[in-house]
Design a protein around this ligand. Structure first.
Ligand SMILES: *[C@@H]1O[C@H](CO)[C@@H](O)[C@H](O)[C@H]1NC(C)=O
Ligand SMILES: *[C@@H]1O[C@H](CO)[C@@H](O)[C@H](O)[C@H]1NC(C)=O
Ligand SMILES: *[C@@H]1O[C@H](CO)[C@@H](O)[C@H](O)[C@H]1NC(C)=O
Ligand SMILES: *[C@@H]1O[C@H](CO)[C@@H](O)[C@H](O)[C@H]1NC(C)=O
Length: 258
């Protein structure tokens, strides 16, 4: 994402200092510090969430949204090396302006005739409006395309899946001893719906990286011989949430010829 990239570059030269938060001996993986640099990187990928659940007709709709190229400074003709700024006002399916940010927009300035193109930097003003900034790198015609990849409401669903459903991809391991072999499901966290079942805990004592497998019925945890991908879970979003992904897509939503 272009605007993430620029944030990451800005945060790169932060002086490295550490934040000590806990006292007393800790297991090795808990005794590590977050540098300001790490913190800045984490802050840079924070994504604003919609303030409250909304009905589908209150979610961002590229078709109803507005888009304008701002006039050049002093009204003079644009030259190579200038910056072009476009303003986007996102609106919902009922044509009402959005008042919060978080829509995932990508902006592109291109010339199909010349085969030239450049990505724009999208700035989220967090009030439903966005600026897209482009460097003007060539002479002649250019066309601006701004695409809504996902509405802020759809991003919130993706965020929820990332944070709460780390089991959406699952793995398996084979356990073998003599003639017996079994394979079981493995993941970073194991089924909330089967809390009583015994687990094998392979959490890395050094890094703290969690890893569990369901314990095989007849074999012990130390007979694990491999690790493979088991598959992924479908139907993790509700039917209503699924509609958020049908409506957005890779289709360009605004095209303007300069
Ligand atoms: C963390 O580890 C360092 C050595 O690696 C040690 O000197 C320090 O006391 C430990 N801190 C805590 C809070 O356990
Ligand atoms: C918008 O959605 C809500 C809830 O689904 C519904 O009650 C309302 O009638 C809808 N409004 C329009 C104009 O479609
Ligand atoms: C949204 O924020 C931008 C930047 O702060 C500001 O220029 C613009 O007027 C605001 N728009 C609305 C509708 O408040
Ligand atoms: C697994 O082992 C780690 C490291 O010893 C421990 O912190 C964690 O609580 C264990 N998990 C369970 C579910 O017992």
């Amino acid at each position: 994402m272009p605007w993430l990239l620029s944030l990451l570059l800005i945060s790169y030269n932060v002086i490295k200092t550490t934040i000590q938060s806990q006292k007393g001996p800790l297991p090795p993986y808990k005794n590590h510090t977050i540098s300001l640099e790490d913190r800045a990187l984490l802050d840079a990928i924070v994504w604003p969430k919609p303030p409250a659940p909304t009905s589908l007709n209150q979610t961002s709709d590229p078709v109803h949204s507005l888009f304008a190229i701002l006039p050049s400074k002093g009204g003079r003709e644009r030259r190579v090396g200038d910056q072009l700024e476009a303003l986007v006002q996102m609106q919902d399916f009922q044509g009402r302006p959005k008042h919060y940010g978080g829509d995932f927009l990508v902006a592109r300035l291109h010339s199909p005739k010349l085969g030239a193109g450049v990505a724009g930097t999208v700035v989220d003003h967090l009030n439903g409006s966005y600026s897209a900034l482009f460097p003007l790198l060539w002479e002649g015609p250019a066309q601006v395309t701004i695409t809504m990849v996902h509405s802020s409401e759809a991003v919130a669903v993706l965020q929820r899946l990332r944070e709460q459903r780390s089991d959406r991809f699952f793995f398996r391991s084979l356990f073998r001893s003599g003639k017996l072999s079994e394979n079981t499901v493995c993941n970073m966290c194991l089924p909330h719906n089967r809390p009583q079942e015994p687990l094998c805990n392979y959490t890395d004592l050094h890094t703290g990286e969690p890893w569990y497998c369901m314990k095989p019925k007849r074999l012990s945890c130390d007979t694990r011989i491999n690790h493979f991908k088991g598959g992924y879970k479908k139907d993790l979003v509700t039917n209503k949430e699924a509609l958020l992904f049908q409506r957005s897509g890779a289709e360009p939503c605004f095209i303007l010829h300069l």
